[in-house]
Design a protein around this ligand. Sequence first.
Ligand code: KG4
Length: 285
Amino acid sequence: MPEIASRNHIEAISRVMDKALKDANVTIKDIDAITPTYGPGLVGTLLVGVSYAKALAFANDIPLVGVNHIQGHIAANYITYPDLKPPFLCVMMSGGNTQIIYVRDYTEFDVLGKTRDDAIGEAFDKVARVVGLGYPGGPKVDKLAQEGEANISLPKTHFEDNSLDFSFSGIKTAVINLHHKSPNINPADLCASFQRTVTETLIENVEKAIDKTGIKVIALAGGVSSNSYIRKEFIKKEANGIKVYMPDLKLCTDNAAMIASAGYYNYIIGNRNYLNLNAIPNLKL
Ligand code: KG4
């Protein structure tokens, strides 16, 4: 409910800012840059953050640096691994995005592949709802899958040979249909099979991206990268000479530290915004 989300942001933002400064034991005068997310996302909530940041930056004469939310997810990796440096391939998996990104530099990106329909997190949430686990579904599917066997065959969508795009609507529909037509199927087996199939799809496209670019360094990002099975399967790829990075669990799902990390890399190369900064709900990388 976007309207309620916006109102909650308005109620929380001053309190959260005050607490963040207090916990960090600094005052606003110690801050070098204010780095709000300006997209992609819900316009109302983005506007709360952008407007608050503009007022704070103007009133305290601090530089304003707008941050792309997806860049934030990628930059979560630099907090967990201060030695990690571009170039690398990022597998961005969240509730709104699924992309394979060639991270050329801290602020330079090429999107090599993306979902043509549902994001992977949306598919996790839908599967959870269908089997009665509630929202947010990803962590619940992850947990239940650990009690099941991945013994159900589910469809994978493939595009033209050279495409790194994804589609998760087919598998989502297959899970819904199976659940309705065969009510005796064990939900844990269904979750485990769903998880295995989407992970195989992710890894197949990442392998194609490695062949295409010659880059053998992979970083995971986004809420779905906290999935225990996905993390385990990606780590196995290290046996093939691929280096795999994944943010600490608390940095995978949306958080402000990752936005500050991306803001820092924009700030040090001189990127600045001014009071005309606006929210862009469908902002691209
Ligand atoms: O990155 P994020 O916090 O928000 C967006 O920017 O979208 O991602 C949220 C998504 C939700 O769909 C949630 O179900 C999923 O991440 N998620 C997981 C897990 N933890 C969160 N999906 C699978 N396994 C998890 N353990």
